[in-house]
Design a protein around this ligand. Sequence first.
Ligand SMILES: [Ca+2]
Ligand SMILES: [Ca+2]
Ligand SMILES: [Ca+2]
Length: 229
Amino acid sequence: MKKPCLLGSMCVGAFFAFMPLAHSALVEVGDLNIINDAGNPSDGLRYLDMTYSDGLTQAAALANAQATYANARLATASEFDDLFAASAIMYDGALTASDGFLIGASAFLSTGMKYDAGALRSVLGHTQVQGPGNESTNIWTIPDSNDSTTTTRDFVRLSPITASANQFGSSPPHADLGWLIVTPVPLPSAMLLFGSGLLGLVGWRWWSTKTNVTHSPYRWFTRASCPHG
Ligand SMILES: [Ca+2]
Ligand SMILES: [Ca+2]
Ligand SMILES: [Ca+2]
């Protein structure tokens, strides 16, 4: 094959390989899924893969995430909406992803051509496997553990073909449920440097008040200055 043809084929191949992401403003970097869209209120926010929270209590999931990302926290309701928007999921009607937190019956949010064919589900990772090709991502919202239609909905479900907000009669920890955890953009290095310097000072102050002043590193300086003192 001549070089221009080879180059052309590679370009076409690359185009088709990345086509499913063409309309998505969500970028995967390791176990982070980052919104890359200046118009999105959560632009730059990093959503953790569900591996951090699958099957865990809220406290255990947060502790697990914070072991790697110290400032990890639960996503807010509006950050659910921002994630759906970045994933190019369109809604069937008035209900949006954040309605998974509100009072109401279980309901579909997005189906058919409006849904992303489970792309977001694959990006976040599955929490429930019901069979080959039938894996879902179930994200717990408000843990009221009450499946009455007059109470809050309890989780958002991303299946291969639909997104829905659902009631649930149980609560985490549950093998099929996880939490949506985000971690904000890290501070610029200058801020980090300033912050760590400040922490060092606070730590030093704490240490020096906790320990005898004769144990201070300054004692060497003092002794060196006054060898016979
Ligand atoms: Ca991912
Ligand atoms: Ca699971
Ligand atoms: Ca409920």
